[in-house]
Structure formats: C-alpha cells, structure tokens
Design a protein around this ligand. Sequence first.
Ligand code: SAH
Ligand code: SF4
Ligand code: F3S
Length: 444
Amino acid sequence: MKMNTFYIHTMGCQMNEYDSDFLAQALVRMGYAPTRDPNEASVILINTCMVRAKAEQKAMSALGRYSRIKKRRPHIVLGVVGCLAQKKGHLLLDRFPQVDMVLGPRETGRIAEAVSAVMKNRERTLAISLETLPPAPSFTTDYFKGRVTGCISIMQGCNNFCAYCIVPYVRGREVSRPPGDILAEAGRLVSQGVREITLLGQNVNSYRWKGEGGVKDFTGLLEEMDRLDGLLRLRFTTSHPKDLSDRLIECFGRLKILCPHIHLPFQAGSDRILAAMKRDYTRDQYMRLVEKLRRVRPDVAVTSDVMVGFPGETREDFLLTLDLMERVQFDSLFSFKYSDRSGTLAEKLEGKVDESEKDRRLRRLQELQRSITLKKNEALKDRVTEVLVEGFSKKGGQLSGRTGTNKIVNFDGPPEWIGRVVNVRITAAFVNSLRGVASCEQAA
Ligand code: SAH
Ligand code: SF4
Ligand code: F3S
C-alpha cells in the first residue's frame, strides 16, 4: 500500500526551521512519512516568513505553486503556517480556496487536529491566537538521527518593537519555556546523536523563568546546558546589544562548551538612525560590547545584521555604518535593504530612501564586508583548528564542518568522522568557506 506522505517548505529564520521539525514530528506520529516531492505528498505545509517584502512575495508565490498542485489533486491537505499565516489569517482562506488550514507560529500544537478535520470532513481550520503556546515536542525516536547540529527554541515572541520590525506582531509577546523542558529536549537530541545545540529566541538575553526552583536567567540556563553529558558545542542566537550583560559576556570565558561566536545585530552605525529604529543603544556602546567580548575571549567571532536605507538615512548616516564595520571588523554580516512592513512604526516615517539608492548602498556595504571577511579568513591559513564534522561538502566528495567560530571548513576524510571533532590545518581561504587538511594529531 502506498504510504501517506508530507512535504514541508520552510522559509525564513531558524525559528521556522525549529517549528517545521515540530510539525514534521507530529505528522510522523500520525503515520505520515516525509517525501522530497511535493507532487506526490498527501499533506503540503508552507512555513512562511514576512520579515521583508521579498520574503512575503516568496511565500505568496510558493502558495500559488502549491495551490496549483492542490487543484490537480483536490484530496490532499494544503496548509499555510508561520508568520505570514499569522498576519494574513482569514484573508488567505478567503483568497485561496485550496488552502485547508492557516496556523500561526504559536498554534503549531493544533496540527494533528487540523489535518484530521480536513481528512474527515474537509473542514478548514484558522488558528492564529497569540495567547497560546506550542506544547513541548513529543519526540519520535529517530527523527534527529544523522543530524550533528540541532536547535531548541527557548522562548517565544519579542517585546522590543524595533521600529522596522514585524516580528513582535506575528510572534507575540515574550514567553520563556521552563528550563526543565529545554534540558530534557537537549538530552533527547544528544541521545539521537546531536553534538551541537543552538538555543533560539528573538532576544535570548531576556530569557527569564520563574518557577519552583527560583528564578533562572539566560546565563543560568547556559550553565546548566554546559553540564549536559555528550554535548560538545553550545551556541545561541539572537542577542540584543541592549541586554547583553557582563555576566553573559563572562560566560564566553568560563563555559567549556560555549562556542567562541556571537551574532550581535547592530543594524546601523549612526546614533540618529539607531534612535529612530528604537534600538536603545549607541554606536559607542555597541563597540564597547565587542571590545569586552574580545577581552574575555580573544578568538571570539562576531557576526551581525545591518540594514541600509532606513527612512531618513542620509549619506552621512550610511558612512557611519561603513565606519563602524571598519572599526569592528565583523567575521561576517547579513545585510538587508530596509523594507516597509505594514503596521510598524517605520512604515509611517517620512524620508523614505529610493530603491536605487538602497541598492547602491547595499552593494558598497557588501563589497567592504567581503574584503573584511576574506582578510579574516586568510589570517587562519596554516593554523590548526577544531572542526565539528557535520556531513559532506556541498560539491560532494569532501567532509564539511564548522569551526567554533562558525566558519565552514571542507577537507578530505572518512565518513566515520561525521559527528566528531577533528583537528584541521587550514590551507585555503574564501569568502564563504575554508579548505583544509586533517592534521595528524587528532582531538578525542
Ligand atoms: N530578533 C533578531 C532579528 C530578527 S529579524 C534581532 O533582534 O536581532 C532578522 C533581521 O532582519 C534583523 O536583524 C534585521 O536586520 C532584518 N530586518 C528586520 N525587519 C526588517 C525590515 N523591515 N527591512 C529590512 N530588514 C529587516
Ligand atoms: Fe525584531 Fe527588534 Fe524583536 Fe529583533 S529585537 S525581533 S529586530 S523587534
Ligand atoms: Fe521571518 Fe517570522 Fe523568522 S517573519 S525571520 S520567519 S520570526
């Protein structure tokens, strides 16, 4: 008999990837098997993002594509989940008769019920409450087998309301998960072979749990994770500069499995723009944080997010962004053109920057960062560095893994090394990766 299968198309950030794993495990428990071909799937889910206009367009065109499959195969289930689902809600059901369910990011716990409702009576579901919390995932025994790295969401939502950002509107207010649930989830990932865990939240520094055992903040959670048997590496993302405490910075010098890497979005290098963005720190404060981090952990890699063309950004403001980049020397950078999001504060601001000017600024910024990244990567040549092997390189043929500083390294070696930390001497540096050879002296 042909098995029932599901296909999940995931867009957006690691939060969505985490949610897709949650949804996939729920479907596996219902007896569905994953498939790589949406044309043969009995359930198709689109996990959407809408952080920028382009992400929203991508989600809408995917929806068009999968709706056409559904027209040909009307018996299947088509669901829209994630941030666009949250924002557009019933509009999606109205405009797309092919869509059977719309679940917001906090309503993933209702997937089984929603799929059954379609299967039984072709009943449609709209679930977009921001008051709900997804339950802890019930683990299927071997879902994560074969994966070396994994993520755990430690909190939902965001309270910061940066002027440009839609996330607080589609993910709701901050709610931290109980530390016991997080540690149990970590233990189950490790028991399936995961060796590196990234703790996820929009602003992990404001993690705070008050329960029977007292109050636990983010550093308290990191300390407990550091004691987990079998876990080799720990990371977290994202931290907000305004809440990056000295206690958290000190963890980089103290916790044995915490990787020397921090993703610390700065967004802009001009104090005027930072204030308009409501980021609540100045360029000097940001640079002081990076200095502190480097004092505690000299090899720490600092990566960041930045945008060009926020409303009112002048040429001088933009040059301050480039200046900050020159001073800080980020290991790598995600850079974006500002994009209006409906309902945000920035949408209503005056002084919108021309698309073509945004393009020019972005190109110039990316050129500068490319040269900085390359210079930093080239400085690693001839050095021996520990690489956690994650699998095979994109082009195939080689092993691929990452340094503690989160740089990709490709090198030759046997597949048995996947999941192990290997000492690699770096022989060539590129913008997006490094090449190396396994060094004779291997780590345990
Ligand atoms: N919580 C994370 C960021 C989540 S969104 C944080 O605070 O760092 C990821 C990145 O998308 C942001 O850091 C920002 O650089 C970018 N971004 C968010 N809204 C945007 C918008 N309206 N236009 C362009 N870029 C945006
Ligand atoms: Fe958006 Fe700011 Fe919250 Fe990050 S901290 S998710 S940029 S509102
Ligand atoms: Fe996108 Fe939602 Fe993440 S808008 S960036 S998927 S939190």
